[in-house]
Design a protein around this ligand. Structure first.
Ligand code: UDP
Ligand code: MG
Length: 309
């Protein structure tokens, strides 16, 4: 018998917790057939509703259901990390509580693991049911990432992923504080099979990602997996040095030939404004990386547990 750990990050998912369990149990035949034992690890990421109670209820009637409950909301990335740490399985799979990661796909995914793949990942090929601007910016983000980061980050990739023990251990060995899981998966490598499916809308409750949360998340992704913005700052610097040199020569020569009637206040002001702006921008970029470094250096725990079952 081998053990499959199913990790489910939950943030205000009281309605979805039992629903997810029921859907999963529809796969009982498949688990039996493949001689798979399962453990379901619900990670309560500081929910404000009755998520913990819902999981406790399940735990009482089925001891394969486990709970990790955080002391506050630490974010999905932390929940994934905590779940993987607790997972004892020979295989582990990450799934959203809202059933946007259809459990029905598991048998297909497992078939590829049996074929020898180290991990099986999923991506949605459509963004049906998602606001148009969100899709637009998501596409831009992945396009940008492809260009500025060496780590492969796949467009439409979900966190829905089945992994062997080896991959789980590899992911756990990356104990950084600023976790961008989509990048971490790419970074660790291993043989990955990609499965595609149509977007499924969440069954109950609402998405926890506002546009701003996603924007900040994407900036964190860029900073965690690329130093191109820092290089960009240097490039701006070089560009302006060259420009300054050319301008100086031009102004000196002009003054020598035509004299120096005091004029040109508007051009002076525009130059100061532009350079000032670029300087502040570059300092901001630098500051962002410094802030990330600061948080890393503190070595704070990624999450704190309040309760475990
Ligand atoms: N989630 C979490 N912590 C958070 C936000 C979300 O654990 O701070 C969980 C959430 O409960 C769900 C999964 O992450 O199981 C995906 O969240 P959501 O469905 O809101 O994102 P979307 O599918 O809209 O991208
Ligand atoms: Mg969802």
């Amino acid at each position: 018998m081998s053990l499959l750990s199913i990790i489910v990050p939950c943030y205000n998912e009281e309605e979805n917790v039992p629903y997810f369990y029921d859907e999963l149990m529809k796969l009982s035949n498949f688990f039996e057939e493949k001689e798979l034992e399962v453990e379901v690890i619900y990670v309560n990421d500081g929910s404000k509703d009755k998520t913990v109670e819902a999981v406790r209820e399940l735990h009482e009637k089925d001891e394969r259901v486990h709970l990790i409950s955080f002391s506050r909301n630490f974010g999905k990335e932390a929940a994934i990390y905590a779940g993987l740490q607790k997972a004892k399985g020979d295989y582990a799979v990450l799934m959203d509580a809202d059933l946007q990661d259809p459990p029905a796909l598991l048998p297909d995914m497992f078939a590829y693991i049996e074929q020898g793949y180290d991990s099986v990942a999923t991506r949605r090929v459509s963004r049906k049911g998602e606001p148009k601007i969100r899709s637009f910016f998501a596409r831009r983000f992945y396009g940008l990432m492809r260009r500025i980061s060496k780590t492969e980050i796949v467009d439409g990739a979900r966190d829905y992923r089945l992994m062997s023990r080896q991959v789980v251990d590899a992911i756990l060995s990356l104990s950084e504080y600023n976790r961008f899981t989509k990048g971490i998966f790419g970074w660790v490598g291993y043989e990955t099979k990609w499965l595609e499916y149509e977007n499924v809308e969440r069954v109950k409750g609402e998405t926890k990602w506002s546009f701003w949360k996603l924007l900040i998340y994407s900036m964190e992704g860029i900073m965690a997996f690329s130093t191109v913005p820092l290089a960009l700052a240097s490039i701006f610097g070089i560009l302006f040095c060259v420009l300054a040199f050319v301008m100086t020569v031009f102004i000196v020569v002009r003054a020598a030939i035509f004299g120096d009637p005091v004029a040109g206040w508007p051009s002076l002001v525009s130059v100061i404004l532009v350079i000032g702006g670029v300087q502040l921008f570059c300092m901001g970029v630098l500051g962002q990386y410094l802030a990330k470094t600061y948080m890393e250096v503190k070595k704070r725990p990624i999450y704190l547990i309040k309760e475990e079952l």
